[in-house]
Design a binder for this molecule. Structure first.
Ligand SMILES: [Zn+2]
Length: 181
């Protein structure tokens, strides 16, 4: 990776980025964080370096992130705020949010009723909230091209547009809980 830091809204968003991003070397993954992220203060903005190792090819890589001066932390219990702003993510695209939602939703479905299941459902709902931030106006049921960060994601839109239907995502969201307070 080059030295330009990626812009993140929170450490939770960085963790999800690692979960959703393919290895830059072999294009597989998943990427596993090697060590707790290090942080340094730089001109009022925080930066975080995250070293990861690819589980497929074993190669390490490193990502550098810029965080807001006061990144959000826990919302309630273990649930973390991903992005308190209305702006869509700049590191995880709409396609990756929908994949993260599906992974968390399936994990919740396999989990017995209890606090763990509820946490997974809340996290799945957060991923849908982030995906929905990419939609521009009420006229279009599909996200704009700018909501996709690479060609493989744009191909997914072309081949499976129904996966990206705003109405479909809103109906999934309605079945999931929202955090209290
Ligand atoms: Zn790899």
């Amino acid at each position: 990776m080059d030295g330009t830091p990626l812009t993140a809204h929170s450490r939770a968003e960085i963790r999800l980025f690692c979960k959703a991003t393919l290895c830059p070397l072999c294009a597989k993954g998943p990427l596993e964080p090697l060590a707790p992220d290090e942080q340094s203060s730089q001109a009022g903005a925080h930066t975080a370096g995250v070293r990861v190792r690819c589980k497929a090819c074993g190669e390490p890589s490193e990502f550098s992130f810029r965080l807001p001066p006061d990144p959000p932390s826990e919302l309630s219990g273990e649930l973390e705020i991903i992005n308190p702003t209305e702006d869509p993510s700049r590191i995880i695209d709409v396609s990756q949010w929908i994949t993260l939602y599906a992974v968390l939703y399936e994990e919740a479905a396999r989990t017995a009723a209890g606090p763990r299941k509820r946490l997974l459902e809340l996290q799945a709902g957060q991923c849908l909230d982030e995906a929905l931030k990419f939609f521009e106006d009420d006229q279009n049921d599909l996200p704009p091209a700018s909501a996709f960060f690479d060609d493989s994601a744009r191909l997914r839109l072309r081949d499976h547009p129904q996966e990206f239907s705003r109405q479909r995502l809103i109906s999934f969201r309605a079945s999931l809980p929202r955090p209290l307070g």
